[in-house]
Design a binder for this molecule. Structure first.
Ligand SMILES: NC(=O)c1ccc[n+]([C@@H]2O[C@H](COP(=O)([O-])OP(=O)(O)OC[C@H]3O[C@@H](n4cnc5c(N)ncnc54)[C@H](OP(=O)(O)O)[C@@H]3O)[C@@H](O)[C@H]2O)c1
Length: 271
């Protein structure tokens, strides 16, 4: 990117929550921003964000959206892979179809968009890719095992990819939010084959989870982390977002496993 050119960002899931707040923050910071949503209307512009229709579960849809942004702006400097949803309930309560569908968005969606953008970044010999993971990508997520697995997959994928693309001037990082007040719960399904044996523990867990959400971060808090990571001159692999995320990442790294295990069970009221 030349010193005078306006940086160009492409962000998935920009219709709501963290994606929308991040897209707005990037516009404010001077980026030309393309945001995706499955329901975007042709030529839609929201708060300075050029919205493009895109379903990250479709390779053709992703290819079309990335090609459109590239044709209009001539480059893509920043990719934020944000589109995703949660899936809650005991692991035994989800059908394989439900798990596959979630991985198709949360993990393969990241892979599809990244693969569509990488040739552009390699050709321009620079770029940054920020994948929205979660603290649940670092620690166990009881009653969210598949969501947690999809975020652990993003961690592993991002760290490996970062080594591969560094020679092209491209860096990859994971943003790790803690509980963030968005529409994610309303937009996310429960297990599709309930098992009564889990009902009591699950109810206790939900109460604890709702309490964590009530004191959670805002989408704007996470957007500030996205912006900082986008502009960081010394890019890091991981950006835990907010105090609780930083504390949890620290505890996961340094507490003995048995102490961490006990604390987690207590916090989620499943001990
Ligand atoms: N909220 C939290 O507590 C939290 C914590 C950690 C990490 N995260 C992560 O943050 C990201 C954003 O979540 P959020 O909390 O902001 O949720 P949200 O408000 O429900 O927003 C989700 C966004 O993802 C998009 N999306 C969903 N499926 C899609 C698909 N197949 N193709 C394209 N776009 C799709 C939605 O766009 P359309 O429906 O318009 O297509 C929407 O813009 C997710 O990756 C989530 O896992 C959230």
């Amino acid at each position: 990117m030349s010193a005078t050119s306006q940086p160009v960002a492409f962000i998935t899931g920009a219709s709501s929550g963290i994606g929308r707040a991040s897209a707005r923050a990037l516009v404010k910071a001077g980026y030309r921003v393309f945001g995706t949503s499955r329901g975007a209307a042709p030529h839609e512009v929201n708060d300075g964000v050029r919205m493009i229709a895109c379903d990250v579960t479709s390779e053709a849809s992703v290819a079309q959206a990335v090609a459109l942004a590239h044709a209009e702006a001539g480059r893509i400097d920043l990719l934020v892979n944000n589109a995703g949803y949660a899936l809650s309930g005991a692991a035994e309560e989800s059908s394989i179809g439900q798990v596959q569908a979630m991985f198709d968005t949360n993990f393969l969606g990241v892979v599809r968009v990244t693969n569509a953008v990488l040739p552009i970044m390699r050709a321009q010999r620079g770029g940054r890719i920020l994948n929205i993971g979660s603290v649940i990508g670092l620690i166990p997520g009881p009653f969210g095992a598949y969501y947690g697995a999809s975020k652990h997959a993003i961690e592993g994928y991002s760290e490996s990819l970062d080594h591969e693309v560094r020679p092209f001037g491209i860096r990859v990082a994971v943003i790790e939010p803690w509980a963030t007040k968005t529409s994610i719960e309303a937009n996310s399904p429960q297990g599709d084959r309930p098992v009564a044996a889990y009902a009591q523990t699950l109810a206790r867990y939900r109460t604890a989870f709702d309490a964590a959400m009530a004191t959670g971060d805002t989408a704007e808090d996470v957007a500030a982390t996205v912006l900082a990571a986008a502009r960081d001159r010394r890019p890091r692999l991981r950006y835990p977002s907010g105090k609780a995320a930083k504390q949890t990442a620290f505890a996961r790294r340094f507490l003995p496993r048995s102490v961490f295990d006990r604390t987690l069970r207590k916090q989620f009221n499943i001990a």
